[in-house]
Design a protein around this ligand. Structure first.
Ligand SMILES: Cc1ncc(COP(=O)(O)O)c(C=O)c1O
Length: 415
């Protein structure tokens, strides 16, 4: 089965053309009253993805990576489905979520936002929001905020590097995140946390090169590249399991830890299997953007799509839609482009890609498109799609059952 035809929508029967056609027909029926551009979330796919993530996590809790959703209503839906707690992406977001009743919010990335730290120290979120630290400067900022706000101590968590450094460290694989790597380094910062009157709440180490890199990449060399990626990931996971256990033991000797968080959508079962890990994070698997088609261990159902209108026909082979240049972050490459998925048989123009104000699509199906038709796309990543739309339409079956604001629609562009 070709990748472009696999799992396009919830009711895509194993990629059959009939399934694809049904999926489009259903979406068109649900949204006939809307004028594109607009974005939809297929609730059946979203709920099935949440259930599958929970199944993969086994008996370990799953914390919601909210950057990969960015819709308050859908954050809530994921928690109602059984995810527990939020892994937020900025402190202002965490404060905002706490103000809306979300509990147990851990900010996954360090903050140097002094006003937000003061607000945290001084307000009710202090008992529900935890900030990430990996160096003494982060502690200085937290302590200064507590002093200036006249508030109580802040909850902090240590971020520990999860990268793989084979060949005696001459090769370094993994995201460039925390400088903390060894049990000794982590324990030393844990002692600093206590010495400064802050509260050590948890520990996190995110293996981006395992959780965020698919081992079934598309393309001519996909099989070979996939085998190499899988080998790298297996070796790294072995090293990480031992080191993470040693780091956790060393830090626990300094102070108790409420949580040890690791992993992401691409590594849920593997990370959950580590005894030292108490919970796993995941978010992207709910929307299932195209980058998450490339994993062998799981096949999420695409839940997030956006529709763009055909506005012109420059030639018989090409249809041009309005907008579309919604590129995903990361190292620039074809895999960061959105994909036209419905009708099946479309592709982007390799010279123009996805454009700022218009996007030509070609391929067999382009010949049939008329001005006013819609083309349905998937984004390469999850939550970033929501920075392009004020609202998402929630589709169930052949109906839009609700329309809810994205973070952007609530006036909240946190990043
Ligand atoms: C700290 C952290 N944990 C977990 C994740 C996994 O999120 P997702 O499941 O959306 O890939 C990420 C993603 O970048 C992350 O930065």
């Amino acid at each position: 089965m070709s990748r472009s035809k696999r799992g396009i929508l919830a009711d895509d029967r194993a990629g059959s053309v009939r399934g694809v056609t049904e999926a489009q027909e259903r979406l068109e029926a649900a949204t006939a009253h809307l004028d594109p551009p607009f974005a939809v979330i297929d609730l059946e796919a979203f709920d099935a993805n949440a259930a599958d993530l929970l199944r993969r996590a086994g008996d370990k809790p799953l914390r919601l990576a909210s950057k990969s959703v960015r819709v308050r209503e859908l954050n809530r839906r994921a928690l109602d489905a059984g995810l527990r707690g939020v892994l937020a992406f900025t402190l202002p977001e965490a404060l905002w979520l706490a103000g809306h009743g979300f509990e147990d919010v851990v900010v996954a990335y360090p903050t140097v936002d002094r006003a937000a730290l003061r607000e945290l120290a001084d307000g009710p979120a202090r008992s529900t929001v935890t900030v990430m630290v990996d160096c003494p400067e982060h502690l200085d900022l937290a302590v200064a905020a507590v002093r200036e706000a006249g508030g109580g101590p802040i909850l902090v968590a240590l971020d520990v590097d999860a990268g793989w450094w084979p060949l005696g460290g001459r090769v370094r694989i993994g995201a460039k995140r925390s400088p903390l790597r060894t049990p000794e380094q982590a324990a030393a910062l844990a002692r600093e946390v206590l010495a400064r009157g802050l509260v050590l709440d948890g520990l996190m180490s995110y293996e981006a090169h395992i959780a965020g890199v698919g081992d079934r990449p598309p393309g001519r060399l996909g099989v070979l590249a996939g085998a190499a990626i899988a080998g790298m990931q297996a070796a790294s996971a072995r090293e990480l399991a031992a080191r993470r256990a040693a780091v956790v033991a060393a830090v626990r000797a300094v102070a108790p830890l409420r949580f040890v968080n690791g992993g992401g959508t691409g590594s849920v079962e593997r990370t959950a299997a580590e005894p030292a890990v108490t919970e796993v994070a995941a978010g992207s698997g709910l929307f299932a953007p195209t980058l998450f088609d490339a994993y062998r261990a799981f096949t999420p159902r695409p839940a997030a799509l956006f529709a763009l209108p055909v506005v012109r026909r420059p030639s018989a082979e090409v249809a041009t839609v309005l907008g579309g240049g919604y590129l995903a972050s990361g190292a620039a490459g074809a895999d960061r482009l959105p994909s036209p998925v419905l009708p099946p048989g479309l592709r982007l123009d390799h010279r123009e890609g996805a454009g700022e104000v218009q996007t030509p699509v070609t391929g067999e199906a382009a010949r049939q498109l008329r001005v006013g038709d819609r083309v349905w796309f998937r984004h390469a990543k999850a939550g970033e799609l929501c920075e392009r739309f004020d609202a998402v339409h929630l589709v169930r079956g052949r109906e839009v059952v609700d329309t809810v604001p994205t973070y952007r629609g609530e006036g909240c562009a946190f990043l």
